[in-house]
Design a protein around this ligand. Structure first.
Ligand code: ASP
Length: 344
């Protein structure tokens, strides 16, 4: 039997949603969470028990780094049994990175973890923050008739759509409709009701919830482009401190076919580095069997990223490299969908 009232923990990390103008220089600076609750009194009328906790210091999400993901994962681990769901208020700039990272860190998640934020501070007229926050709380508290959570996944809710976190990307620097998951339809859409796309929502495996906090960040990203030079490719692919490189390639996974480029890729692979091929196109998938230029990368030992986002590819590498020092283990798991981050 489910409890009468659902309970949700709001975790406020910072970001525009809770920012306020500093009169001295006109820039936006974070203010304390108590004020946020005052700004959204609707939250108290929900029939949901809502508690909150706040990062100290609050951060602009451009300053997010894995230590903060660990902190967030630690809060979720410690409070996991006490709440039906969780809402993470986070800056929009790196929200897709954080939601991706948490999706890997939280294994066998059985409760909703909904990231949201806003483009306009909650205290401003026309803010998008109130709607985003209120709907996120409703989604975090939503349960099926049997009492199980409706969306036991790490998600982003923004401007009326609920997206799988590790499929999401920020697509608009200033518009309210700021997030998309180009390769997966929304898990829910909010109109008069919130309509869930239940066929797409992942169900918990039933295995124990496990939080992973080890991460290895020795990853570089090389975005290929016409005119890229040998020197630049060498620096990134053969960098001494880099264990893995995301190759952001053209179209379905293609890169320059000049000998010098492929020689460096082969040299990097032969030094044991992990090379992960992710397309620059927002929609569609890497297929290294389609063109000779892609096939050459595959033959050199590059792992195909399918339709994974760059944000998710980075988080997946941090996570897998944190789990093992063995790059062969990392390569073997990279091409598999671990948390629904790639289409099969
Ligand atoms: N710079 C802010 C942040 O990402 C922007 C936002 O919240 O929308 O923290």
């Amino acid at each position: 039997m489910s409890k009468q009232r659902a309970s949700v923990l709001l975790i406020y990390t910072g970001g525009t949603i809770g920012m306020k103008e500093d009169p001295s220089d006109g820039t936006l600076k974070p203010f304390d969470f108590g004020s946020l609750m005052e700004e959204v009194p609707e939250l108290r009328k929900f029939g949901i028990d809502i508690d909150s906790c706040t990062f100290d210091p609050l951060i602009d999400s451009s300053d997010i780094e894995p230590g903060m993901w660990r902190k967030l994962a630690g809060i979720l681990r410690d409070k996991y049994d006490d709440y039906d769901g969780f809402v993470v208020l986070h800056g929009t700039d790196t929200m897709a990175y954080s939601a991706s990272a948490l999706s890997f860190m939280l294994e066998n998640l059985g409760k909703p973890v909904i990231f949201t934020g806003s483009q306009l501070p909650v205290g401003r007229p026309r803010t998008d923050g109130k709607e985003n926050l209120i709907s996120s709380v409703e989604i975090a508290a939503a349960r099926e008739p049997d009492g199980s959570p409706t969306v036991p996944e790490v998600c982003i809710f923004f401007n009326d759509i609920l997206l799988r976190g590790n499929r999401s990307t920020k697509v608009d620097a200033s518009g309210f409709d700021a997030f998309r998951s180009p390769n997966l339809p929304p898990l829910a859409e909010a109109g008069i009701d919130i309509r869930y796309n239940r066929d797409l929502i992942r169900r918990p495996s039933g295995e124990p919830f496990t939080v992973h906090t080890e991460m290895d960040t020795a990853v570089s990203i090389l975005k290929v482009h016409p005119g890229i030079t040998e020197r630049v490719v060498e620096d990134i692919l053969l960098g001494r401190r880099t264990r893995a490189i995301i190759l952001e390639t053209f179209g379905c996974g293609n890169a320059p076919s000049q000998d010098w480029f492929l020689d460096i890729v082969r040299e990097s692979a032969s030094r044991g580095k992990v090379l992960f091929n992710v397309t620059q196109c927002p929609r569609g998938s890497v297929n290294m069997d389609l063109y000779a230029t892609g096939r050459a990368l595959k033959d050199a030992g590059v792992v195909g990223g399918g339709d994974i986002t760059t944000e998710s590819a980075l988080a997946k590498l941090f996570f897998l490299m944190g789990k093992s020092d063995d790059n062969e283990y990392v390569k073997a798991n990279l091409g598999e969908s671990l948390r629904g981050e790639m289409s099969k």
